[in-house]
Every structure is written in C-alpha cells, then in structure tokens.
Design a protein around this ligand. Structure first.
Ligand SMILES: [Zn+2]
Length: 146
C-alpha cells in the first residue's frame, strides 16, 4: 500500500501527504534527481525560469539534488521550519524519514537547508525566503544565512 500521495498544498503548489498514519522514523521516500553544484543549479533556473527552488535539495557536501530532472514525488515536498520529516544521506542516496508520528492526510515537510558557498545577494535571499509561519521559523530556506 502506498504511504504518501501528491496533491495540491495549501502551503505552496503541490505537496506530499500521508495516506495512512506514519510512525516516527519511517523511511517514506527516496529523494531522486540530478546532482549538481549550487552555481549550476542557479544558472539553470535563471535560464529556464522555473520555480526551481522547490525542487532543490541541499546535500551536506554543498551540492544540490535537482528533483526537476529525474526526480520522483519527493520533489513535491514543501519546506517548513521544524519539519515533520528529515532527510537522511545514505552513501550517494538520500531518503526522507519521518521525525514524528504523522496522521493520515497530514502534509509532510522537510527543511531544505540549502547551502550557498558564495555571497548571497538580496535577490537570492528574497527567492529563498520562508513563509511557513511555524513556531521558530527561520524566515529562510537557506541552511547558512550570513
Ligand atoms: Zn519557516
């Protein structure tokens, strides 16, 4: 039985929702997509003008996974601070695991924590602003904000 589904989200665009109750620590999805460095990802978004930030996931080594290329339903996961899921890097693969019990019908969130290894200008900061409104919101989807 499928555990999650993709449908329209009240937060942003589409989102990923639980089809049945999930226990904390369940591995629900793999985050698939093409790996590239940050600069390449930004260049691509500027060229194609897509809402690319919602498809980017930052890896601990500074690269990102672009879920818009070769991705699966994990690319629809919205960002929220104090998210109910976390990403676990397992070798070259990345998995989405629940960090808390989640009720059927609830939306799943991860923290994007994009790492930028260059100076962030205002336009970039604006593009990656967080409006999740949850307690402790960091107001940014970037992992390291200067
Ligand atoms: Zn937030």
């Amino acid at each position: 039985m499928r555990r999650v589904t993709v449908r329209r989200s009240p937060v942003h665009g589409k989102g990923v929702f639980a089809l049945r109750p999930l226990a904390a620590g369940e591995r629900v999805l793999e985050y698939k997509g093409e790996r590239m460095n940050w600069r390449e990802a930004v260049r691509r978004h500027q060229r194609y003008g897509i809402e690319g930030h919602t498809f980017l996931f930052g890896l601990s080594d500074g690269r990102v996974i672009d879920g818009s290329r070769g991705g699966n339903s994990a690319r629809w996961l919205n960002h929220a601070c104090n998210a109910n899921c976390e990403t676990v890097e397992d070798g070259e693969r990345v998995f989405i695991e629940t960090t808390t019990d989640i009720a059927a019908g609830e939306e799943l969130f991860i923290e994007y924590r994009l790492v930028v290894d260059e100076e962030i200008d205002d336009a970039t900061r604006q593009q990656y602003a967080c409006h999740c409104g949850r307690a402790g919101c960091r107001a940014s989807m970037l992992g390291d904000v200067v």
